[in-house]
Write a protein that binds this ligand. Structure first.
Ligand code: ZN
Length: 729
């Protein structure tokens, strides 16, 4: 290809087109920050929930999703990073801490830079363990007990192995023995998500201090960023050095500074982020087909960071995007020629090692030179997100008349749907975990546990970061709801009136989301015979339904999300936690100690798992089936039906049943999920209660319909047997 020499003016104009094209596909400063905030909220909600459950983990979302360095067409996976806070890797004996699973990191002749072996220490006294603690531990020839990097694999495989769908991956058949997909330190059941489990380091190793000590021009990273980065721990992840024997590899752990790197990426300005995204797009389109992931995003990220550090901050302008991209390619080329690519945060590491052979580096050199010297041509030919076509359209070259010029709105909505849905699901899943823990305790212990959890959340609200306050605000109302409902259940079960302080607790529970707290309250009012009050609350709830309300259900096997355009529009300028509290509903869950606050017919849902076949179809993630779970709308209509029946208001009673029927028809027509089986079961009960001739036949049909949708773990079986006995026995 002969290079055409563009004038400075032409390149500036082209850079502006690149910038505008990013705007058109929703890669804007606002969306990068919106996405970042959403990811950080999701991880804080998750970590807060894990803390409530008393588990020793923290979760982080790292990589492109939290950085915001992705586009719709890039289809990036999500990288979850779990820190096992009950472990502590020490670099010297004096760092040992009581009560932790301490491990001493050391290097020897087998460990290349960035890799360590971890020797097990006692957790209750300073000293070394002499016998293996896990079946994967290895005793070396000096009698040291070493922790293998396969320590979690068996557990992960037995817990998640059944979820693996595609064993042959696009990144090569890297499937571990039990079936999980493994890329580097990640173990996952799907290509869309990477899970890395990591052990935190007590202090930052010497080689990582390098980031804070080496001389630099000083304009980047900002001092504040370096301060935050210095507070981030380093970790050890489950990855041994490539190109070594498996026996050697499993005993080594790679040092990871992923949280430090994340802080640095958060310090990129808009143009720098766009240049980085452009580099990533070019890697996927032009380099990956030939070199797979051997020249990875991480190499480009490193080149980007060194380029920012060494170039003047003035170059990062909208009209200079193309030149900046060229500078990054230059940085990378310099290293390829040297066959040495330094790590940005860790001294003495060549990140080409184990990734690219000398021969491949030679080939890569000419490929990258070719791209750098013809960068405009390569950008114009980017197929991802129809990027090239969009730019040519701006240049007046009408290549495809049907091109969707502005994908901005559609892409913004996609990002919102994913992120808001994730936060909602994480919250619901953790609330479910918490409630399942209550199921395993006595009612008194459950109350004590809720009270302690509320204390934790309250203190987080008082002294935590903004994100922690937001996360706590999402949980607090639900916990008040459980506390109120458990106490009210004790009153109802012993025929005592529900006391004023319990009503007070219910009032604190009403604002977790738009409706589930209110419906729980209404359900208690119905079960304790306070029909007029219940009817009032239900009328209020009915008035809240509308086109800008979203519905979520994250129960595995019944996942359902509905987010209208109006809801998403509102979401752009509303804080995500506020949006979930004021404009979203989630399915309602009752734990075992709340059954007296649940209408009797609905209580059967708690016992949906009856047969051996049912048990075979259940996995760990189906814990929700041990609770009564129903979606808000059918519960609203069902409660209205029951309340108006008690109040002797047949017109309203039938109206509620009709609404229930309409909801069910809509559910069927749209083939959507959610708890459709339970919706059918309560509709059938309404039909049973009306008790007109032929109606029990119709109820029978509804239960059958429910079973046809979900043949296992469905309470409809119990109702069919009940109806059968009623008529024939
Ligand atoms: Zn659900």
């Amino acid at each position: 290809m002969t290079s055409y020499k563009f004038s400075q003016e032409e390149l500036s104009q082209f850079s502006r087109y690149v910038y505008e094209t990013f705007q058109d596909i929703a890669v804007t400063s606002h969306m990068i920050h919106w996405r970042r905030h959403g990811c950080l909220l999701e991880e804080t909600v998750k970590t807060t929930g894990i803390k409530m459950c008393g588990e020793p983990f923290s979760q982080y979302i790292v990589g492109s999703q939290s950085e915001g360095s992705t586009t719709d067409g890039m289809n990036s996976d999500t990288d979850y990073f779990y820190s096992h806070c009950d472990h502590l890797v020490v670099l010297e004996e004096k760092e040992w801490r009581w009560g932790k699973w301490n491990l001493l990191a050391f290097e020897d002749e087998e460990t290349p830079p960035q890799f360590y072996k971890l020797r097990r220490m006692e957790h209750d006294r300073l000293g070394y363990v002499t016998e293996p603690l896990l079946s994967t531990d290895v005793v070396d020839d000096q009698g040291r007990v070493l922790m293998s990097n396969k320590w979690l694999d068996e557990h992960m495989e037995s817990t998640f192995g059944h979820l693996v769908q595609h064993k042959c991956t696009t990144r090569g058949p890297q499937v571990s023995q039990g079936g999980l997909i493994s890329h580097g330190p990640s173990r996952s059941w799907t290509e869309k998500i990477d899970f890395v489990h990591a052990l935190p380091c007590a202090t930052l190793p010497e080689e990582c201090q390098f980031l804070f000590q080496r001389p630099r021009p000083g304009h980047w990273p900002k001092p504040k960023t370096l301060e935050y980065a210095r507070q981030c721990p380093a970790f050890f992840v489950q990855q041994g050095p490539a190109n070594t024997l498996i026996e050697v590899r499993v005993l080594q752990w790679r040092l990871s500074t992923t949280l430090i790197e994340r802080q640095l990426m958060f310090d990129l300005n808009e143009v720098q982020m766009l240049v980085y995204i452009l580099l990533k797009m070019m890697r996927v389109c032009y380099i990956k087909p030939q070199f797979d992931d051997n020249l990875s995003t991480f190499h480009f990220k490193t080149a980007m960071m060194f380029t920012i550090e060494t170039h003047s901050p003035d170059i990062w302008r909208k009209d200079n995007i193309v030149a900046c991209t060229t500078y990054c390619f230059n940085t990378l080329l310099r290293w390829i020629k040297l066959r040495y690519c330094p790590h940005f945060t860790t001294k003495g590491v060549n990140i080409f090692d184990g990734k690219l052979s000398r021969h491949e580096l030679q080939q890569l050199e000419s490929v990258i030179m070719q791209i750098r010297d013809n960068i405009v041509w390569y950008i114009c030919n980017l197929e991802m997100d129809m990027f090239g076509l969009r730019i040519m359209d701006k240049m007046g070259i009408r290549v495809m008349p049907f091109i969707i010029k502005n994908a901005r709105r559609k892409n913004i909505q996609k990002i919102q749907k994913k992120i808001i849905g994730n936060v909602s699901n994480v919250k619901s899943t953790l609330i479910e975990e918490v409630a399942l823990q209550y199921n395993r305790m006595g009612p008194d212990e459950a109350q004590q546990r809720v009270t302690l959890q509320l204390q934790l959340l309250r203190s987080m609200q008082a002294t935590g970061s903004d994100l922690e306050r937001e996360a706590a605000s999402l949980y607090i109302p639900y916990l008040y709801g459980y506390l109120a409902s458990i106490r009210a259940s004790l009153c109802i079960a012993s025929n005592q009136p529900v006391t004023q302080d319990i009503h007070q607790l219910y009032h604190l529970s009403l604002k977790g989301d738009l409706m589930s707290g209110k419906l729980k309250y209404a359900s208690m009012l119905y079960c304790s015979g306070q029909y007029a009050k219940a009817a009032q609350m239900l009328t209020h709830c009915e008035g809240l339904l509308g086109p800008d309300v979203a519905h979520y259900c994250g129960c595995i096997g019944r996942e359902y999300e509905f987010q209208s355009e109006r809801y998403l529009e509102k979401g752009l300028n509303t804080n995500i936690a506020d949006l979930l509290r004021t404009s979203s509903t989630v399915c309602i869950k009752f734990s075992i100690y709340e059954l007296p606050c649940v209408p009797e017919h609905l209580q059967y849902e708690m016992y949906r798992t009856q047969t051996q076949e049912d048990r075979k179809k259940r996995y760990r993630e189906h814990g929700w089936m041990d609770q009564v779970v129903i979606d808000c709308q059918p519960f609203l209509y069902y409660l209205q039906f029951l309340v108006y029946t008690q109040m002797g208001q047949p017109y309203r009673q039938l109206k509620a049943m009709q609404n229930q029927g309409d909801y069910f028809t809509c559910l069927k027509q749209k083939q959507i999920r959610g708890h459709g089986d339970t919706a059918a079961n309560v509709l059938a009960h309404c039909i049973e209660l009306v008790d007109w001739s032929n109606f029990s036949n119709m109820a029978w049909k509804r239960y059958q319909m429910s079973i046809r949708t979900y043949p296992n773990n469905n309470a409809a079986w119990i109702h069919l047997i009940r109806l059968f006995r009623k008529h024939f026995v």
